[in-house]
Design a protein around this ligand. Structure first.
Ligand code: NAD
Length: 357
């Protein structure tokens, strides 16, 4: 059955990088049996300019009706002075919330060809292939009560609440376990169980879920140690699963191990495997419209979409192999060229299409 993909380029370099990802999808459609219909929509500043909303109802309806969403990026200088309720970023957060995307998958992959791009020693990171699974719709970012109150003494006090229901922990750990089954079969659950009761419960639930996956080796780390281990010896990890806030911090740290923001894809999934796929970087207004942005993170987001929402492992691997091939050929966009010769956004996209064959 034909699967529907909503294409949301968004703002800034979003337009350029998504155009290259669409080239790749069309190449797989015409040459490798991919049966998809691509539907276009507006989000972010581009949507605000046209409709007065960063997430028009029409876009939301299309997103609900599709099997997956491919998003470029949102935001830019032009919209920074708008009221927070209509800023481009609201479009992204609204999509995550309305689609119930509770599982954020952030791979940190360092292609051996780019080992020199990392600030860590090449032998520590070369060949790194780590997946961080971050809980995205719960925890301290959403817990009530929250706010800033004035105490009797007149001093202000800020407060937030870390809350997780057992079912929320259960479902995110299951996502991590299922992913590990397709990879190295090791999951490290990250918490602060020595200090926070909420994450003490997280650890207990994780262990219970782990018992349902006898083929997966489950370990537990406190978040401070996990941060240390990520920088000391990141290749020890296969899949990490953690709370919203710990995941926010650890996944950015892991991304930087690779040194190349233009290379990293991400996925956000709902209960049924429907997902939104996007590069981890933003709209890069400083380089927008110049044909210099790296489209590979977006193209690799398409590979994740095929793997996790469309169940098409063969074409996912085809894209990943094509990216390896263009890197082997020495093609680099400016961000990963280390000052050497570089190709433009469109040339890189064309090279991947050629490598797919
Ligand atoms: P950014 O990720 O857009 O850019 C950071 C730096 O990385 C810039 O120097 C940029 O040129 C470079 N860069 C980013 N992607 C690149 C690519 N594909 N190829 C080459 N270089 C690349 O982050 P920022 O500058 O903090 O934010 C810019 C705008 O993007 C803001 O409006 C911000 O709110 C928004 N933003 C959006 C998302 C998203 O849509 N998911 C995420 C982060 C930031």
């Amino acid at each position: 059955m034909t699967k529907k993909i909503l294409i949301l380029p968004g703002d800034g370099i979003g337009q350029e990088i998504v155009a290259e990802a669409v080239k790749v999808l069309n190449a797989l459609k015409s040459g490798h049996g991919l049966d998809v219909e691509l539907i276009e929509g507006l989000v972010g500043g581009a949507a605000y300019d046209e409709t007065g909303s960063p997430l028009p109802e029409e876009t939301l309806e299309k997103a609900r009706a599709c099997d997956a969403v491919l998003l470029g990026a949102v935001g830019g200088y032009k919209w920074e002075s708008l009221d927070i309720s209509v800023r481009p970023e609201k479009g992204l957060l609204g999509l995550r919330k309305e689609l119930g995307l509770f599982a954020n998958l952030r791979p940190a992959i360092l292609y051996p060809q780019l080992a020199e791009a990392s600030t860590l020693k090449a032998d520590v990171v070369s060949g790194l292939d780590l997946m961080i699974v971050r809980e995205l719709t719960g925890g301290i970012y959403f817990g009530q009560p929250r706010g800033v109150r004035t105490l009797d003494s007149g001093e202000r006090q800020g407060y937030n609440t870390l809350v997780y229901r057992e079912s929320e922990v259960d479902r995110i750990v299951r996502v991590a376990m299922d992913i590990a089954m397709k990879r190295g079969r090791r999951v490290c659950s990250v918490d602060k169980a020595n200090v926070l009761e909420c994450t003490e419960m997280w650890r207990e639930v994780a262990a219970k879920v782990g018992a349902d996956y006898p083929e997966v080796e489950l370990s537990h780390l406190y978040v401070d140690n996990a941060a240390m281990q990520l920088v000391r010896a990141p290749k020890q990890f296969d899949v990490m699963v953690t709370t919203n806030m710990f995941g926010d911090i650890l996944s950015d740290c892991a991304a930087m191990l690779t040194g190349s923001i233009g290379m990293l894809p991400s996925a956000s999934l709902d209960e049924n495997g429907k997902g939104m796929y996007e590069p981890i970087h933003g709209s890069a207004p400083d380089i927008a419209g110049q044909n210099v942005a790296n489209p590979l993170a977006t193209i690799l987001s398409v590979a994740m979409m095929l793997r996790y929402s469309l169940n098409d492992e063969a074409n996912a691997e085809r894209i990943e192999a094509a990216v390896q091939k263009v890197l082997d050929q020495g093609l680099r966009t400016a961000d990963i060229a280390g000052g050497g010769p570089s190709v433009g956004t469109a040339e890189m996209g064309d090279a991947v299409v050629n490598a797919i064959g």
